[in-house]
Ligand binder design. Structure first.
Ligand SMILES: Nc1ncnc2c1ncn2[C@@H]1O[C@H](COP(=O)(O)OP(=O)(O)OP(=O)(O)O)[C@@H](O)[C@H]1O
Ligand SMILES: O=P(O)(O)OC[C@H]1O[C@H](OP(=O)(O)OP(=O)(O)O)[C@H](O)[C@@H]1O
Ligand SMILES: [Mg+2]
Length: 279
């Protein structure tokens, strides 16, 4: 039975639960459940604070878990990344009052507020900068205005929270983070199936199926526009001068690809959703 740690709260919890549901696993019925057994899939889910997940997995108490790369590194646990999960993307950055700081060295001897002292401390040490870390639980953007720190280091997604707090990003990127599946180092039985299923969900979210008809004479040019994963499926039409083509494309590129194919001479261009995939 594979024992899987899942975030019970926070930014990652909803999408993680949704992905597992789409991958065919049983989820919890209400947000207070701590453990859910899914015997049909031979797995058991443990709903834990995202910050604690790397500790449980690194110690071997649980086999795998879903958490953020930033939280994994901050924990200092022995857990390792198995796969990126295609959501929860953010960067980890320094910020301060506009004009007060311009480079990393400016942080020497100043107070830096963060909820990720392990991650930030290791970064500063690697770069030979010595700051006083002020550990806060959250809402660290308020620390400068309230006078408990001179600068902050925190998760930045849209940058809206920093802007509202009147702070400006400076210095190098501390980390590019994303939601990840982590493991304890030795692969537990059932991990490969979980990874394949989650990959299937990622592919179904990120790709669509494109079908179109094209004159045989334009087939090479058309398939060059959208070559697909391995190679496009090409079927003859009743009219032998024409072929039907089926290919997977990135959802974000759908309209550009459709425009390019239409201009080339393709017709009956249809896009449909992929519900599940094993590549
Ligand atoms: N705005 C955001 N966009 C993307 N990822 C985010 C965002 N905020 C936090 N994260 C990610 O969520 C994880 C933090 O989990 P955490 O439970 O602390 O989330 P949270 O949203 O801060 O919840 P809470 O503050 O309620 O505890 C980290 O991996 C972090 O990179
Ligand atoms: O760049 P943005 O899109 O504004 O997102 C970044 C903010 O989101 C998270 O805050 P959260 O809502 O989790 O509050 P917290 O700081 O209390 O954890 C993070 O800690 C940043 O403050
Ligand atoms: Mg938070």
């Amino acid at each position: 039975m594979l024992r899987i740690a899942v975030p019970n709260k926070g930014s990652l919890s909803e999408t993680a639960a949704q992905m597992l549901h789409e991958a065919g696993y049983t989820g919890r019925r209400d947000s207070r459940e701590l453990v859910v057994a899914d015997p049909r899939n031979d797995v058991e889910f443990f709903y834990l604070r995202p910050r604690d997940i790397a500790t449980y997995v690194g110690s071997g108490a649980l086999d795998v878990g879903i958490t953020g790369r930033d939280l994994l590194l901050d924990s200092g646990s022995d857990a390792t990344e198995i796969a990126e999960l295609g959501f929860g993307g953010s960067t980890f950055r320094f910020a301060g009052t506009p004009g007060a700081f311009s480079e990393l060295a400016d942080l020497d001897g100043v107070r830096v507020a963060t909820s990720y002292p392990g991650l930030v401390g290791a970064f500063l040490e690697r770069h030979g900068v010595s700051s006083d870390l002020v550990r806060l639980d959250g809402a660290v953007e308020s620390a400068v205005r309230l006078g408990v720190a001179d600068a902050v280091a925190d998760v930045v997604s849209t940058g809206g929270t920093l802007r509202k707090a009147g702070l400006e990003i400076f210095g190098p990127v501390i980390l590019d983070s994303t939601a990840v599946l982590i493991g304890s180092g030795t692969e537990a039985p059932g991990t490969k199936t979980l990874v394949r299923r989650l990959n299937g969900v990622i592919v179904a979210r990120e790709y669509v199926m494109l079908d179109y008809d094209v004159p045989m004479s334009l087939l090479d040019q058309a398939t060059a526009v959208a070559p697909g994963f391995e190679s496009p499926t090409v079927s003859p039409l009743h009219d032998r001068e024409w072929a039907a083509v089926r290919v997977m494309i990135k959802r974000t590129e759908t309209n550009h690809v459709m425009d390019a194919l239409y201009e080339l001479g393709a017709r009956a261009i249809l896009v449909s959703a992929i519900h599940a995939a094993r590549l």
